[in-house]
Design a protein around this ligand. Structure first.
Ligand code: TMP
Ligand code: MG
Length: 212
């Protein structure tokens, strides 16, 4: 019999400022892909379940202070510690829907005043997403959403800066999504695009060359 070559899953990333609906959309997207017979799973950064993730959570949600460079490197380390697991899932054919990644890492730290070039360096060589859906909306709109202001970075001036830097970090495989649309409309377009991305990624090699 002809040998079958295992087809890899796609790395689908959702990025955006706080309260733009990324987590809602990521969950709905995973469910929709699974329903269509694609193996898909959700991954979230920061992953607050690890030791490093708990340090990040202390900083974001519990008022623990850390200097800006240290926090930046912890967020990056939190991605590196997941790489082997993420690669294994992708190579086994599982599509990953990832809620935030290195673009958040750079956008938030650079918005705080760290040098943009310096910020990118620790994440150079991470797995590169096959597509990035950037959920975009005016900060005045996201501010009105429930829970805004709960965590350290949820402040209007900082989020405005973060949004600008996100725009500057755009790459050819980004798709800009108007996050003020209805949840169902955004969901439909994410499913539609994701199916195309999954089809295109399945025979392509994994790319471990973010910003390289
Ligand atoms: P979350 O709300 O998606 O859990 O993310 C928590 C906060 O951490 C959010 O304000 C974005 C910020 N962040 C960084 O500053 N650097 C990073 O690398 C990541 C992944 C998130
Ligand atoms: Mg948040």
């Amino acid at each position: 019999p002809k040998s079958t070559i295992l087809q890899r899953g796609a790395f689908i990333l959702l990025e955006g400022c706080d309260r733009t609906g990324k987590s809602t959309q990521a969950e709905k997207l995973v469910a929709a892909l699974n329903q269509r017979g694609h193996q898909a799973r959700l991954w979230k950064f920061p992953d607050r379940t690890t030791g490093i993730g708990q340090m990040i959570h202390g900083y974001l949600a519990q008022g623990k202070d850390l200097n800006d460079q240290t926090v930046h490197l912890l967020f990056s380390a939190n991605r590196w510690e997941a790489m082997d697991t993420l690669k294994t899932h992708l190579l086994q054919g599982t599509t990953l829907v990832v809620d935030r990644y290195a673009y958040s890492g750079v956008a938030f730290s650079a918005a705080k005043g760290l040098d943009l070039h310096w910020c990118k360096q620790p994440d150079v060589g991470l797995l590169a997403p096959d597509v990035t859906f950037f959920l975009d909306m005016p900060i005045e709109e996201s501010m009105k959403r429930g829970g805004f202001g709960d965590e350290r970075y949820e402040k209007v001036a900082l989020q405005t800066k973060v949004r600008e830097i996100f725009h500057a970090l755009q790459e050819p495989n980004w798709q800009l999504i108007d996050a003020t649309q209805a949840i169902a409309a955004i969901h439909d377009s994410l499913v539609h695009s994701s199916l195309q991305v999954i089809a295109a990624a399945k025979d392509a090699p994994l790319q471990c060359n973010l910003w390289a």
